[in-house]
Design a protein around this ligand. Structure first.
Ligand SMILES: NC(=O)c1ccc[n+]([C@@H]2O[C@H](COP(=O)([O-])OP(=O)(O)OC[C@H]3O[C@@H](n4cnc5c(N)ncnc54)[C@H](OP(=O)(O)O)[C@@H]3O)[C@@H](O)[C@H]2O)c1
Length: 264
């Protein structure tokens, strides 16, 4: 098998990737999924590593199990290290942690996707070790791009900041919708209506940002008339001290610090 994909773990993120590959026309016969708890749709699924067909030679082993399981799950897959690239999406698992188990000559790509991958609109940042060839990097990018955009960093330490911005970022945006709804209630709206307005505004603005392809600053300026209502709100949100930038700086710093603490 020249282009076989071995997907290890088919939970939320693994199944989002699998759906993306099938939708993009990848050959289902070239995919084997190892997943103990649920049968994957449309491809060959096995319950554990020992049931992988002997003649299946993946060119990519995609590791999509929980980070804390990786040390226990990974060792038997080291047998693929002579010809496959290992692509991990596990948060906090460093390239060195894979090399320790797979050996120093294993090709490894560490990546950090985010939850909009579930609707094909994620962004994943990837970082390769020295053993990964440019062809292998291109192949891993092809697989990751099935669920959204892909960017690369050469310096693995940047993954902490990436985690803090795009990995954890969707939660900040969801919280923005919650906070906007609460503020709407305080301004006199019924809770249901406030929640509906806030969620639709965040979702619609995200879609507009995506489709317009303009920087967010331009879109913001386009909807802000001097002396108007939006300008009044932005004067509060954009205050030099105690404004949203201040809070966001602290939030991202806290997440990046936590990412460094959790890395193994
Ligand atoms: N979800 C996200 O938004 C997100 C974002 C960035 C990174 N990630 C990373 O993606 C990885 C998967 O996360 P997830 O949210 O998709 O988790 P998940 O839904 O729990 O999926 C993990 C899957 O792996 C299965 N599994 C457990 N042991 C296994 C084994 N020995 N061999 C093969 N499969 C096994 C689990 O089955 P059981 O349920 O039976 O245990 C589960 O179906 C994690 O490392 C996480 O850090 C996720």
């Amino acid at each position: 098998m020249k282009h076989g994909i071995l997907l290890v773990g088919c939970g939320r993120m693994g199944s989002a990737l699998l759906v993306g590959w099938i939708e993009r026309g990848f050959d289902p016969k070239a995919i084997v999924v190892v997943e103990p708890s649920q049968a994957p749709l449309g491809v060959q699924g096995v319950l554990d590593e020992s049931n992988i067909p002997a003649d299946f030679k993946p060119d990519v082993v995609l590791l999509a199990v929980k980070p804390q399981l990786m040390d226990a799950v990974l060792p038997p897959y080291a047998r693929f290290a002579d010809h496959a690239v290992f692509l991990s999406i596990a948060a906090g698992r460093t390239l060195a942690s894979f090399e320790r188990i797979l050996g120093p000559t294993a090709a490894v790509v560490r990546s950090m996707p985010n939850t909009p991958a579930a609707v094909g609109r994620g962004i994943t940042v990837a970082c390769a070790n020295r053993m990964a060839t440019s062809l292998q990097k291109a192949r891993t990018e092809e697989l990751l791009s099935a669920v959204g955009e892909v960017a690369w960093v050469a310096d693995e330490s940047q993954i902490d900041a990436v985690t803090a911005v795009s990995g954890s970022g969707p939660a900040y945006v969801f919280f923005l919708a919650e906070a906007l709804a609460k503020a709407g209630e305080k301004a006199g709206l019924a809770p249901d209506l406030a929640a509906k307005l806030a969620s639709a505004t965040v979702a619609g603005s995200g879609e507009l940002l995506y489709r317009a392809g303009s920087p967010p600053k331009v879109l913001r300026e386009n909807v802000t008339s001097p002396g108007g209502t939006t300008a009044a709100a932005l004067a509060v949100l954009m205050a030099e001290s105690g404004g949203l930038q201040d809070l966001m700086d602290r939030a991202v710093e806290a997440a990046a610090n936590r990412s460094r603490e959790l890395a193994s």
